[in-house]
Design a binder for this molecule. Structure first.
Ligand SMILES: [Zn+2]
Length: 296
């Protein structure tokens, strides 16, 4: 039976895991993301047995060269994704993290031809399959809906420098300043905000009304872009607060939606979402990625 290595390069953590053809996890390792994370992975898995390797990484990417370029949050702004893994002597496939995640769902769990994955954590990322085609874009970055404008009059600056972006309101990194702006109270981390909301704090409830409307506006934009049958949420903020999102999002979404509503659900693999997706890219490489010359 063939085995596949999946690697998830996050801003803070790098995860690698080994799966079989059914997506079952057989081995795993987690290391802090360094300036050259794929070198560390190549070392950590040197004696594992596998047939091909896939990488899902924070971006932005240049899929042609196989490099991460100009990444704002990682220890190194530029690093190679493919070269360090070539020394392992197996075929290598690479893609953006959310692109990998949606492919993993498609291959192992949710075989619908119009499928979208949204991660809600420090930032917001999107991966989409439309009519069975995994969308990549000209450089592999066709997923930047976190930077869709949801309030053109807003003065709020996103981490990317733009104004009024989806991520500037709902991303975990931006929630503390958004909370301060709305409530006039000191900034709070997302976990603390959700805790207070559950406890019924009046000002936090007022803030969450806006946060949930911002989430609905952004998700309506994602749905308008891709027209999915099924939209899956991953990322720590969504997974840790799924009860609130599942309860509050659908009716707010109807205020903004212009097309038929998709089914909305949680993603399947928790913290393993991107790594399993990356392994799925190696197991069954999508046609759109083959056009970039993968596997290499
Ligand atoms: Zn932005």
């Amino acid at each position: 039976m063939p085995f596949f290595l999946g690697v998830d390069i996050g801003a803070t953590w790098t995860r690698a895991l080994l799966i079989d053809e059914t997506g079952r996890v057989l081995n795993r390792v987690k290391i802090r993301t360094s300036v050259n994370p794929l070198e560390d992975v190549a070392q950590a898995v040197a004696d594992w047995h596998f047939d091909a390797v896939g990488v899902g990484s924070i971006g932005p990417l240049d899929l042609r060269s196989g490099w991460v370029v100009n990444s704002p949050n990682s220890p190194s702004r530029r690093f190679p994704l493919v070269e360090p893994l070539k020394k392992l002597g197996r075929p290598v496939v690479a893609a953006n993290d959310c692109v990998a995640a949606v492919w993993g769902e498609y291959v192992f769990r949710r075989s619908v031809d119009n499928l979208v994955y949204v991660t809600l954590s420090t930032g917001v990322g999107v991966g989409a399959i439309v009519n069975g085609v995994l969308l990549l874009g000209k450089d592999g970055n066709a997923h930047e809906l976190g930077h869709a404008v949801i309030d053109f009059r807003s003065k709020r600056r996103c981490g990317c420098g733009g104004r009024g972006h989806f991520e500037a309101f709902v991303g975990g990194a931006n929630m503390p300043s958004f909370y301060q702006e709305v409530t006039g109270e000191p900034p709070l981390e997302p976990a603390e905000i959700f805790k207070r909301y559950r406890q019924g704090h009046e000002k936090t409830r007022e803030f969450m009304e806006l946060w949930l409307d911002a989430l609905a506006a952004g998700i309506a934009t994602v749905i308008a872009a891709y027209d999915p049958e099924l939209l899956l949420f991953g990322g720590s903020i969504a997974l840790n607060n799924w009860d609130i999102i599942a309860e509050e999002l659908p009716r707010r979404l109807r205020e903004y939606l212009g097309v038929r509503e998709p089914t909305i659900a949680q993603a399947s693999f928790g913290d393993d979402e991107v790594a399993i997706g990356a392994a799925a890219l190696a197991y069954r490489t999508p046609e759109s990625l083959r056009k970039f010359g993968y596997p290499r």
